[in-house]
Design a protein around this ligand. Structure first.
Ligand SMILES: *Cc1c(COP(=O)(O)O)cnc(C)c1O
Length: 349
């Protein structure tokens, strides 16, 4: 069942609706290799491999990404990290000073920061103590100015994934946009929701090359949504937001499908090993199940354990200041050798 009340025109900010985007030199003449002399963009004419502006629409890279999911490049927007993608979604749809979004702590901290930067009210509806969605509480916070529900699944920092039924309820009953952050989807045994954007016009899925793809350094975030949503985001994105080096590295990395699959399998094996071994550490009181490349644990005294681990040379994340996360530490799964050292250190404390 699709959401009949959904209408994208009711959600776009007025200034964006009326905006005439900047048209760059490479937007006005898209190089197809047939012209040899470029005197339109005030670039340096001396070839060093990077003297020309990159493709503002990243067509080759988008094509490569689109082919993985059998979708059109017009359903994809690329950003300088997911953080830029998320910021564009805020700027496209949320009216500063009057609109609101809903987030479900404990979750990724950037949603709240972006709401603050864009002057959007952030309505927080905590997860249940089992880290599940409280749908009733979420819907009770929705009003006519609620533009976005931000959902991270598998969730950071809790590591769990939310049920398909809960996502379906949100998608069918909410008139705004559901932004589903799938940064960790490659570590989950459940399928991505990307294929569902045809079914649900109010679904935006974001992914990143920063985690499973091992490319955090190039900053590449991916946004999948209906053509009409992508068209709006394209209007407001900075013209050359993905630099040439990042486009090239991403193209190359996406060809290494087997390497990436092997690395993901290794991380999953290591995650299971780590979970077993963490169970033998006396001061670890609870280990939360994980569909991601990290494990959240509850300890007796997080501040004390954090500094003990740090003093022995390993940096982990203390998540204790988040709601429902008192005395928790988050361990990113490392290489087999790094995990062995972590366990050895934990045992020595
Ligand atoms: C790491 C992470 C991202 C990735 O952000 P990038 O800007 O693409 O590096 C996005 N969402 C969540 C929840 C994350 O944990």
């Amino acid at each position: 069942m699709s959401n009949l009340d959904f209408n994208i025109d009711n959600l776009v900010r007025d200034n964006v609706k009326n905006l005439k985007p900047y048209s760059s030199a490479r937007d006005e003449y898209i190089s197809d290799g047939s012209r040899k002399i470029f005197m339109d963009a005030n670039e340096s004419p001396f070839d060093n491999g990077l003297n020309r502006y990159p493709d503002p629409q990243q067509r080759l890279l988008k094509k490569k990404i689109a082919d993985r999911f059998d979708m059109a490049t017009s359903q994809i927007l690329l950003g300088n990290g997911s953080d830029e993608v998320l910021d564009l979604i805020f700027r496209g749809f949320c009216e500063p000073g009057s609109d609101n979004i809903i987030t479900m702590p404990p979750t990724y901290g950037m949603y709240k920061v972006l709401a603050g930067v864009n002057d959007i009210e952030n309505r927080e509806v905590c997860l249940t103590t089992e880290f599940e969605l409280d749908l009733e509480a979420i819907f009770s916070q929705v009003d006519e100015n609620t533009k976005l529900i931000m959902l991270c699944s598998p969730n950071n920092p809790t590591g769990n994934r939310f049920s398909d039924d809960d996502l379906k309820s949100l998608l069918t009953q909410f008139r705004g946009l559901l932004v589903l952050d799938e940064a960790y989807i490659d570590f989950s045994d459940k399928a991505s929701w990307v294929s569902q954007i045809k079914e649900y016009p109010n679904l935006i899925v974001t992914q990143t090359l920063s985690k499973a793809y091992g490319m955090a350094g190039i900053r590449l975030g991916i946004c999948y949504a209906s053509e009409s949503i992508i068209e709006i985001l394209n209007r407001i994105k900075p013209p050359y937001n993905i630099n040439q080096l990042s486009q090239q590295s991403a193209m190359k990395r996406l060809e290494s499908v087997d390497v990436i699959a092997d690395q993901v399998s290794e991380i999953l094996r290591e995650r299971e090993k780590l979970i077993v071994q963490l169970g033998e550490i006396p001061f670890i009181e609870k280990i939360y199940p994980s569909d991601a490349n990290f494990v959240l644990v509850r300890v007796d005294d997080a501040d004390r354990r954090y500094s003990q681990i740090l003093n022995r040379g390993v940096v982990v994340r203390n998540r204790s200041n988040l709601p429902l996360c008192e005395n928790t530490l988050r361990f990113t799964v490392g290489t087999a050798e790094e995990n062995r050292q972590l366990i050895q250190i934990l045992k020595s404390i």
